[in-house]
Write a protein that binds this ligand. Structure first.
Ligand code: DGT
Ligand code: CA
Ligand code: CA
Ligand code: ZN
Length: 585
């Protein structure tokens, strides 16, 4: 599926460059739409091309299909290369900074000759940006923060990007003759929101064959190091991957060690020392007597064995950050973490009624395929024009359509909205319309740059509406692209507890919002949570494990998440509409 992403990215870049060039909105949007369609495709685009089905993808006509075929065959797209060559180099890099879109990039280049991050930083620091048309001191400060963020993120990739790459590699290696056990380790196993590199662990009787298979895998672009027990490569996806081969007697110890985190390992090693033991990647050892007696391995074959020998239950990888998990394990107070199988339905999905790629029927069918009991359609609200927000009259019509369709869709389809929170905290639809919906997510999509006080009271006011069930992506961050807006998250959590509003763990790979530490704060204070993928296509319903992983990193149990409930109980929590008094208040 990495081809899908590469092609979508090319189309998006073409759109950006066309925008810089002042091209017609029509052409620009055609590329943007194509980028979204390819990104949301549930199938490998190469497979679609192979059966001649490209032009059946909505938004892909003959000309775009030819560009896809060209890219699949040659790895380049001439239209893009030509376009990029006609612009100053570096503009694309500038656009990595959140405040800098195509127009600003061009402005910076034309007025100040800026084409690198360093130049942009120098100009911002010198106060020269604010002198440009439409720019001010706040933009300048935001640019500086943006540059810092781009640099901070450099080299780290979002979990949602790294996870499928790792899974593919692990599945490839799993079937290599001689491979016995295999697991991902490192940050990817801990489901950390960004990943520096992939760590994979294998046991084998034929390490050389495994190393051969690894270093010659088709997705490897460069071999950094090839050893007999450890090799490192760079993958086409731009990620580094380390493979280690160990003997079965040390597998558990190595898995424990290379899963980390470093902080957890340090704490665990200290615990071993206090017990008169030694812990390393080869095992847990009782030291010899110093007079020639060898160290004796007391555990190492399994991870659980290591923890058991240290007097602890096995600790789930997502908790291993030395944030109290060892103490909780010792006291028998580890949470029973939520699992993907606990999720009974999707509560946040967009359709072609707003900016989604697929129809309600398609989303419903995909939700059936996920094994869900229900799915809630939550398209954007009327004032969010860029996301083709649904006018109130249309939403009334959608409510009727969904309720009349419901029997024929093979799954309970709820109709809701992702309703914009206006700058003053009011909602984007009239109360009587909101009251008629099954579920209301309220989200901030505009006016991010408010003071902390203003933003906090804006959001709290929205949560105080009796119609709002879920606060969507509560901090507005985009991983590697936009910092969270200024908001008092503790006040938001307290308001969630007080009003019964669930806080969303948005599972979209670029969001993961709430983030793990905020999730933990929320569940400790007793707030309800909801995990939604914010899917804009059928394929994106499969982001759910990213949200569940984030919930697990926040110590969340299934009962704390409303979409683990059966439909009847969910409806009760939502305080069912239709004139009935809302149950929860
Ligand atoms: P990343 O790759 O930056 O996303 O994060 P990790 O956690 O995957 O870190 P990585 O790849 O450098 O190392 C994998 C694991 O190996 C790490 O989580 C813990 C273990 N490890 C690596 N270096 C050390 C070390 O110096 N001391 C200890 N105790 N453990 C280490
Ligand atoms: Ca790693
Ligand atoms: Ca590593
Ligand atoms: Zn949203």
């Amino acid at each position: 599926m990495t081809q899908n992403r590469a092609i979508a990215q090319r189309f998006a870049l073409i759109a950006d460059l066309l925008e810089i060039g002042g091209e017609s909105v029509f052409r620009i949007n055609a590329y943007r739409r194509a980028a979204r369609a390819i990104e949301g495709l549930s199938e490998d685009v190469a497979a679609v091309a192979a059966r001649g089905g490209l032009t059946e993808i909505p938004g892909i006509g003959k000309a775009l299909a030819e560009k896809i075929v060209e890219f699949l065959a040659t790895g380049t797209m001439r239209a893009y290369e030509d376009l990029a060559a006609s612009f100053p180099p570096g503009l694309a890099t500038l656009m990595l900074v959140p405040e800098v879109g195509p127009k600003t990039a061009l402005l910076l280049h034309e007025h100040l000759g800026i084409s690198t991050l360093d130049e942009l930083e120098a100009a911002s620091a010198a106060g020269r940006i604010r002198e440009l048309p439409r720019m001010g001191q706040r933009t300048e400060e935001a640019i500086l923060r943006g540059i810092a963020m781009v640099r901070r993120q450099a080299g780290r990739r979002p979990l949602g990007f790294a996870l499928p790459v790792a899974a593919e590699l692990v599945e490839r290696l799993r079937v290599v003759p001689g491979v016995k056990q295999i697991s991902a380790a490192g940050s990817i196993r801990r489901m950390k929101e960004t990943v520096g590199d992939l760590d994979i662990l294998v046991t084998s009787r034929a390490p050389a064959r495994v190393m051969d298979a690894f270093t010659t895998s088709p997705e490897v672009s460069e071999v950094l190091e090839r050893g007999s027990t450890r090799s490192s490569v760079v993958l086409d996806a731009g990620l580094q991957a380390d493979l280690r081969v160990v003997e079965p007697a040390a597998y558990g110890a190595a898995l424990q060690y290379f899963t980390g985190s470093k902080e957890h390992n340090v704490a665990l090693r200290e615990r071993a020392v206090r017990a008169g033991l030694k812990l390393n990647e080869y095992g847990l050892w009782r030291p010899g007597d110093g007079r020639g007696g060898d160290d004796r391995r007391v555990a190492g074959r399994t991870e659980a064995g290591i923890y058991r020998a240290l007097g602890l239950p096995w600790i789930p990888p997502e908790l291993r950050e030395d944030q109290g998990e060892i103490e909780a394990a010792e006291a028998g107070r580890l949470p029973r973490l939520i699992e993907v199988e606990d999720i009974r339905g999707e509560v946040h999905a967009h359709t072609s009624w707003s900016d989604g790629a697929d129809s309600v029927e398609e989303i419903a069918a995909a939700a059936v395929a996920m094994g869900y009991e229900y799915v809630c359609i939550t398209d954007h609200s009327q004032s969010l024009k860029i996301a083709r927000g649904v006018p109130a009259a249309d939403l009334r019509d959608h409510i009727r359509q969904v309720r009349s369709l419901s029997d024929r869709l093979g799954i309970a389809v709820l109709i809701g909205t992702e309703c914009d929170i206006s700058a003053d905290g009011t909602l984007d639809y009239p109360d009587d319309l909101l009251a008629d919906l099954d579920l209301v997510i309220a989200s901030v999509h505009t006016r991010f740059r408010m003071s902390r006080e203003a933003m906090t009271s804006r959001i709290v006011r929205a949560m105080e509406s009796e119609h709002v069930d879920i606060l969507g992506h509560p901090t507005g961050r985009l991983l590697g692209a936009r910092d969270p807006y200024e908001v008092d998250i503790e006040a938001v959590v307290d308001a969630a507890v007080r009003t019964g509003t669930a806080l969303e763990i948005n599972a979209a790979p670029e969001r993961l919002d709430l983030k793990d530490t905020d999730v933990r704060l929320a569940r400790e204070r007793g707030a309800r949570l909801a995990i939604g993928t914010d899917a804009h296509s059928c394929a994106q319903l499969r982001y759910m494990p990213l949200g569940v992983g984030t919930a697990r990193r926040g110590w969340v149990e299934a009962r704390e998440v409303i979409n683990t409930l059966p439909l009847a109980s969910l409806r009760e929590v939502l305080g069912h509409r239709g004139g009935n008094p809302r149950g929860r208040r």
